[in-house]
Design a protein around this ligand. Structure first.
Ligand code: AMP
Ligand code: GLY
Length: 425
């Protein structure tokens, strides 16, 4: 088989690393890829949101399966375009990707399907949104409707902050058309977890649980990022919580989509807030999480290509996934300034010491090769991903390996997994 992976981050390196190991795969391409992906796949210089270019490439090479990493190509209809041309793809079509691409759509679906989620209001007019803020009082969470690269969510401790967020989104139009409407919702408390499943629009095949660390600094302080680290499994997702999520979230959402004529195929990712064993949905993503994907795929023993094909061909019923029982952790090494503007082109050293690392894989996110040297090329640069007999051991392995890597301005959180370790002890 010929497989094309779309994207060029840590998630896509993990996908390529795993897909490369499948005995079914003869040729593997990645568009655009990165400095690490080049070791396992042929990188082609097509942007991850260039739907026309990606379709042309898939046709020219007769790609059997295109696996879409990032959300934008999904919301732009890459899967629709590939399927129209008779090419198989893993990921939802444009209509299903609205679950991530429009928070208004997602909240309305949740409400209709009676899935537990924060109480909310939807607004297009700033005056009405401001009245809602004043009537409800802080804390509140204000969210731009559309895709905003993780920057469109404002968790507001005071009324003034919530009013400022409304102003930025609806009056200053900071997010352009992604902010022509917004959601204001109740602020939930509890512990967050990521619940990912594969689905073919009928069957839901859950992946192992995982947890992300969204804030930039230790102790969950500082601004939100794309994710600074992850581990799997997440102890907060007990068997009882897992069953509740399957019954009260995943099944009704997939059925709700189907009743709207949307046959959702790909990854369904629910961001959850869990309090006293009761999960509520914060958001949906239409793809694998990054860096949850890295922590999950080092634990997956089954052939990923097999199950992705089954999802794309709507025959997921009867498929099973086998997991390495050992816990995993991914520690993200980021560039100076992340999640804001970052310097690029800094030489990365120390990776040669990890070439025969026995405890895991160093996934590349923002790296590129220049004149034979590996240099930084993005905010999140590497994802050091380790397995251990216990979560504590996985954490030790990951941090020891991270300690070997260096570049100017490298930063990372020192407490990835700490919360789960506290819960386990
Ligand atoms: P989202 O993109 O909707 O997941 O929001 C990003 C982050 O904002 C989440 O991971 C949470 O940490 C936080 N967040 C979103 N919605 C809420 C909420 N209703 N209550 C508390 N925190 C929230
Ligand atoms: N790690 C969170 C996300 O991928 O959206």
């Amino acid at each position: 088989m010929k497989v094309l992976v779309v994207g060029g981050g840590g998630r896509e390196h993990a996908l390529c690393w795993k897909i490369h190991r499948s005995p079914r795969v003869r040729e593997l391409y990645c568009a655009p890829g990165n400095g690490g992906i080049a070791d396992v796949a042929r990188c082609v210089p097509i942007a991850a949101d260039d739907v026309v270019g990606l379709c042309a490439f898939a046709l020219e090479k007769a790609i059997d399966l295109t696996v879409v990493g990032p959300e934008r190509a999904l919301t732009l209809g890459l899967v629709d375009e590939l399927e129209k041309r008779g090419r198989r793809a893993f990921g939802p079509r444009r209509d299903g990707a609205r679950l991530e691409g429009s928070k208004v759509f997602a909240k309305q679906l949740l409400e209709e399907c009676r899935v537990p989620t924060a109480k909310f209001g939807v607004f297009r007019e700033a005056d009405a949104a401001e009245r809602f803020v004043r009537a409800n009082g802080a804390p509140l969470v204000v969210k731009a409707d559309g895709l905003a690269a993780g920057k469109g969510v404002f968790v507001c401790a005071t009324e003034a902050e919530a009013l400022a967020a409304v102003d930025e989104i609806l009056r200053a139009r900071r997010f352009g058309s992604a902010g022509s409407s917004l959601v204001i919702e109740e602020c939930l408390e509890g512990e967050e977890a990521s619940f990912l499943a594969l689905t073919d629009g009928e069957t839901v095949l859950p992946l192992a649980s995982s947890q992300d660390h969204k804030r930039i600094f230790d102790g969950d302080r500082g601004p939100n990022t794309g994710g600074m680290g992850a581990y799997s499994p997440a102890p907060v997702v007990t068997t009882a919580v897992h069953d509740r999520v399957m019954r009260r979230v995943m099944a009704p959402v997939v059925a709700g989509l189907r009743s709207r004529g949307i046959r959702y195929q790909g990854v369904l990712y629910a961001g959850l807030m869990i309090r006293e064993g009761e999960p509520k949905v914060l958001e949906f993503n239409a793809r694998f999480g990054d860096p949850e994907c890295q922590a999950l795929l080092v634990r997956l023993e089954s052939d990923l290509v097999e199950v992705m094909l089954a999802a794309a061909e709507r025959r997921l019923a009867g498929q099973r996934l086998h997991w390495d029982p050992r816990p995993s952790v991914c520690v993200v090494l980021a560039a100076e300034g992340y999640p804001g503007d970052v310097a690029q082109g800094d030489e990365i050293s120390g990776l040669e010491q990890l070439r025969d690392w026995r405890h895991g894989v160093v996934f590349h996110a923002g790296t590129t090769r220049r004149d034979g040297r590996l240099v930084t090329a993005g905010g999140r640069v590497l994802g050091v991903t380790a397995l251990g007999a216990t979560l504590g051991e996985a954490v030790d392995h990951a941090y020891r390996a991270a300690g070997a890597v260096r570049w100017r301005g490298m930063q990372y959180r020192k407490d990835i997994g700490a919360r789960a370790l506290g819960r386990l002890s």
